[in-house]
Design a protein around this ligand. Structure first.
Ligand SMILES: *Cc1c(COP(=O)(O)O)cnc(C)c1O
Length: 410
């Protein structure tokens, strides 16, 4: 690498690399990409304007980036068994903008999972484009089981008569029945959009049912369980939907694509097509189940009683803490996570009653089920005595030792 002159920025980058190596990352939406993915992001492709799509660009000199984008599309289609792919969305939210603009008109009704029960802000938050331009209505999880109840979704669909039903979540630990969603959409003359941002890597690795055969359009992020660069992706099996998506992504919601990021998406998609990625996805779920199991053995309450995917939601209110206080306490022992509302939470979002814990990143660095048991012990101790500084110092040392034994980038 060339010598860098911007010492302020490179010092912060070095500190961030050191932080990732030293702490254990439990934020469920994060992961550690491969060096090859990061190398692709740092290439000359960042210099290139390529508005349009391969073969139909508004700029000259696109012959090489066309190769990159076509490869990325081909790999996305193969990985998710889709007929068509758009690899240009800059993020998951931009992918959702592209999909919603393709499926409906401003003012149309959309039925999505309640943000308070695990939905994403791009599923109708009043300040997000989605809530500003569309008429969002919500379904939630059932109070006792804390799981989606498809009868309730069906009755909400009947009441609301939405143009689009949106399935997918940011903080839901159970499998989602996409076939049942498709059935409800059909019965109510609605289109089905699935946002699999969190679970795309699990779908790729065969650990969650693939929504592509059931949905009119499927959006995702590439940087969560899929372990690629930050970005979005849209796949569909319907040519008419693809045409509308292509036009709503560019020129609808974006200008020039980030070709360096698309190259990195292609690299990540190739990694996800390799047989080892299925082993990774399996290990992610096993670790999440081990972590949730060990935490509940230690008296913590897991929302819905467990997990089928890469994350669990821990209700910390029985320990007398808010989610914000729990997040802070865990941060002090170098375990990074985020506070999260639990279903029917009585606290406001900035306090919340839960924390969301994910295993995608720690599985990438090689932690196994025994490590999950150790981790659960640290979490339970920390939340049990959030003011005990000497205990926190000891745990921080033990966390550092485990992290050192599992370097991310060596
Ligand atoms: C993370 C997430 C997104 C958006 O991702 P960004 O890249 O941050 O815009 C969209 N939908 C769901 C369900 C998510 O979890």
């Amino acid at each position: 690498m060339s010598a860098h002159s911007d010492s302020e920025i490179w010092a912060a980058v070095a500190a961030e690399t050191e932080r990732q190596e030293r702490q254990l990352e439990l934020i469920a939406s994060e992961n550690h990409t491969s060096q090859e993915v990061m190398d692709a992001v740092g290439t000359t492709l960042t210099n290139k304007y390529a508005e349009g799509y391969p073969g139909r660009r508004y700029y000259g000199g696109c012959e090489h980036v066309d190769v990159v984008e076509n490869i990325a599309r081909g790999r996305a289609k193969e990985l998710f068994n889709a007929k068509y792919a758009n690899v240009q969305p800059h993020s998951g939210t931009q992918a959702n903008m592209g999909a919603l603009m393709a499926l409906c008109q401003p003012g149309d009704r959309v039925l999505a999972m309640s943000l308070d029960h695990g939905g994403h802000l791009s599923h109708g938050h009043e300040k997000n484009f989605s809530g500003v331009f569309y008429d969002f209505h919500s379904y939630g999880v059932e109070r006792e089981s804390e799981r989606l109840d498809m009868d309730q979704v069906a009755s909400r669909a009947k009441e609301v008569q939405p143009r689009v039903i949106l399935a997918g979540a940011s903080a839901y630990s159970r499998s989602i029945d996409f076939a049942a969603f498709a059935e409800i959409a059909r019965e109510n003359d609605a289109l089905l959009m699935v946002d699999m941002a969190h679970i795309a890597g699990l779908v790729a690795g065969g650990q969650h049912d693939n929504p592509v055969p059931h949905a009119d359009v499927v959006t995702m992020t590439t940087h969560k369980t899929l372990r690629g660069p930050r970005g979005g992706l849209i796949v569909t099996r319907d040519l008419e939907v693809l045409k509308r998506v292509n036009s709503s992504v560019f020129p609808g919601g974006q200008g020039g694509p980030l070709m360096h990021v698309i190259a990195a998406k292609a690299v990540a998609l190739r990694e996800a097509l390799a047989p080892q990625f299925a082993d990774y996805a399996r290990a992610v779920v096993r670790n999440a189940q081990a972590l949730a199991g060990s935490l509940s053995e230690r008296g913590l309450r897991i929302v819905s009683g467990g997990t089928d995917n890469h994350l669990c939601l821990v209700d910390v209110s029985p320990s007398g803490l808010s989610g914000a206080q729990a997040e802070d306490a865990l941060h002090r022992v170098d375990l990074t996570c985020n506070k999260n509302l639990i279903p029917y939470d009585e606290r406001p979002p900035m306090e919340a009653s839960g924390v969301r814990l994910g295993t995608a990143a720690i599985t990438t660095r090689g932690l196994d089920e025994d490590d999950m048991n150790t981790l659960a012990g640290w979490i339970a101790e920390t939340l049990g005595s959030p003011e005990d500084e000497s205990m926190q110092q000891r745990i921080r040392g033990e966390v550092a030792e485990m992290a050192r034994a599992h370097p991310i980038y060596g």
